[in-house]
Write a protein that binds this ligand. Structure first.
Ligand SMILES: [Zn+2]
Length: 305
């Protein structure tokens, strides 16, 4: 995501996937609920703000390409036996995906703020989490549009002393609910970074990063085909993926691009100011940490309505 945050979550019921599923004890197909968190920076072809927000000259086209990649994941998940699918629009304003292009039995989570951010919709009933269009973290020297939660406002987010990406942070939230991340798509730097943090998940490399604003990319058609293939592979061996669990309490360090957020937040005893631009807080678990991060990104005294 970019601007003030990235986020994801959504849910829905498939009546159709039963033919490929193994019947359960009561003759019902086994339940398989999949959450797909969709960001945009990692979509094939996306390289600059021209593709990533409503003021960019290519944004309209890239909403279509983002939707195409998300649909590739949806259709592959259904083919792999998903009985319920939720898609979370987790980029920018959270209103990027063209929801009329999704099948009737998918739910789409949109806009912000929302609890659990990019992985809104995750809970104990979700069986697998998939990332589409994800990108590298803000401390990565490679990676197209590398940032963590907010390119405009944050220069570092660390969990228990280790810098996080959106992929590893969201994996820790999902891990709280015993939900494993099974697959991601994005550029080569993003995939390497997330795999290093949470393990060797399935991945679809949509492009190779040539810099912050350049890449050697697959075409949208090739990217969607690869995503479908890797989603099917991931769900086919989903039992091999373990939840990324970070035991509470957790310590979170946040560095701001500007000076004032750290100064003002440090008026609250729950925030320790660790340097001119940084604060630290403790949370009892990843859900509480996520809520505090959401507050840091969303609160303004003139927030409306
Ligand atoms: Zn984004």
């Amino acid at each position: 995501m970019f601007l003030s945050r990235c986020a994801a979550g959504a849910a829905l019921v498939f009546a159709g996937a039963w033919s490929v599923a193994v019947m359960g004890d009561q003759g019902q197909p086994p339940r398989l609920k999949v959450l797909i968190s969709v960001d945009m920076e990692g979509v094939a072809g996306a390289v600059t703000g021209e593709q990533l927000g409503p003021t960019g000259f290519e944004y309209g086209r890239f909403r279509e390409f983002m939707t195409r990649e998300a649909l590739a994941a949806v259709n592959a998940a259904r083919a792999a036996g998903a009985t319920e699918i939720v898609v979370a629009d987790a980029h920018g304003n959270g209103q990027n995906l063209l929801i009329d292009q999704f099948p009737m039995n998918v739910r789409v989570i949109r806009s912000w703020p929302r609890r659990l951010g990019m992985v809104a919709g995750v809970d104990d009933n979700v069986d697998a989490l998939i990332y589409i269009g994800y990108h590298a973290g803000t401390n990565n020297t490679a990676g197209v549009r590398a940032h963590t939660f907010s390119s405009a406002n944050l220069t570092r987010v660390a969990l228990n002393g280790t810098n996080v990406t959106e992929g590893s942070w969201n994996a820790a939230i999902a891990g709280h609910f015993n939900v494993p991340v099974v697959m991601m798509s994005g550029d080569d730097a993003a995939i390497a970074e997330v795999r290093k943090a949470i393990g060797n998940i399935e991945a679809a490399e949509t492009k190779k990063s040539l810099g912050f604003h350049s890449a050697s990319s697959l075409t949208p058609e090739a990217s969607a085909a690869l995503i479908g293939e890797r989603v099917r592979a991931a769900l086919g061996r989903r039992a091999e993926f373990k939840p990324y669990r970070v035991a509470g309490p957790v310590t979170v360090d946040v560095s701001f691009k500007n000076y004032m957020p750290a100064e003002v937040l440090a008026y609250l005893p729950m925030f320790e100011r660790t340097d001119s631009h940084s604060i630290r807080f403790r949370a009892k678990d990843m859900v509480e940490a996520s809520l505090i991060m959401t507050f840091l990104g969303e609160y303004r005294i003139d927030i409306t309505p």
